[in-house]
Design a protein. Structure first.
Length: 268
């Protein structure tokens, strides 16, 4: 079923609820712990997701929920709300306001609505299938990029990649920089990079090892702004994607990006 205004209103309400939880913890004691996979989690992550789940249960009890902190609740409608309360917990705990809350509505495996919300700076991108992406209520567009050389590439950190994926990323960076080290990539940013790309400030974001809750919300935001999101083989991102993610502001550069990534033998 198509995305309704009621869906959009609920997504905004979820972002508002998460932001109300997160803001008081920013640059304050936040109860940092390490999960089993050694990734960080705070009270803000857990309480923000709990607040969003309560709202979904109250408003859409038949829908599924897939959250980073509290796992999967199966639904009966073919729709699933995918939640990452703080994408970029390392940035959050370092006092850097470049983390974000990610909220997606996924229908039959396809992301159809996405929000990137930066609650401290009160910046919100919302993308809905078939509609222009809005940034704080105003339509935005990605920028054109005449050639891969000279494009601005961003990633959170290649240290988060599977080892075999790093050479592919470095090949992309080399193609974009034209061999000029000063034109290297922008590091850090997590989901915030995708909002910046949608707003026309970056050209390419490349990441590896992402989970559904890391990328589902990004797809409608980037594509509704005129960009392209795909995996490292050029295929669309769905609930069954394995976490190789590309965001390309100018879709005309897609083949160039994929060719650069394939310049070394593929790791999977």
């Amino acid at each position: 079923m198509p995305v309704t205004q009621s869906d959009i209103d609920l997504a905004h309400a979820l972002a508002d609820a998460a932001g109300a939880v997160i803001r008081p913890y920013f640059r304050q004691p936040h109860g940092l712990e390490l999960k089993e996979d050694r990734s960080p989690v705070t009270l803000a992550d857990r309480e923000a997701e709990a607040a969003m789940r309560r709202l979904i249960e109250a408003e859409r009890s038949g829908d599924g929920i897939h959250g980073e902190e509290y796992g999967i609740k199966e639904g009966v409608t073919g729709r699933q709300w995918v939640l990452d309360p703080i994408d970029g917990t390392r940035s959050f705990t370092a006092g850097r306001a470049i983390f974000g809350t990610l909220i997606a509505l996924v229908e039959d495996g396809w992301p159809v609505l996405g929000i990137i919300d930066q609650p401290v700076q009160r910046e919100r991108w919302i993308g809905v299938s078939g509609r222009p992406t809005l940034f704080n209520g105003v339509p935005i567009r990605t920028r054109s990029c005449a050639a891969l050389e000279g494009a601005t590439v961003a990633t959170t950190s290649p240290h988060l990649f599977a080892e075999g994926d790093v050479p592919h990323f470095l090949a992309l960076v080399a193609a974009a920089s034209g061999g000029a080290p000063r034109q290297g990539p922008i590091y850090g940013g997590d989901c915030y990079n995708y909002g910046l790309l949608a707003s026309g400030h970056l050209d390419i974001v490349a990441e590896s090892g992402l989970q559904l809750y890391d990328f589902a919300a990004l797809v409608p935001v980037v594509e509704g702004a005129g960009g392209r999101m795909c995996d490292w083989d050029g295929d669309p991102l769905t609930a069954s994607s394995i976490g190789h993610v590309l965001a390309i502001g100018d879709p005309a550069r897609t083949d160039d990006v994929l060719e650069a990534i394939r310049a070394v033998p593929h790791s999977h």
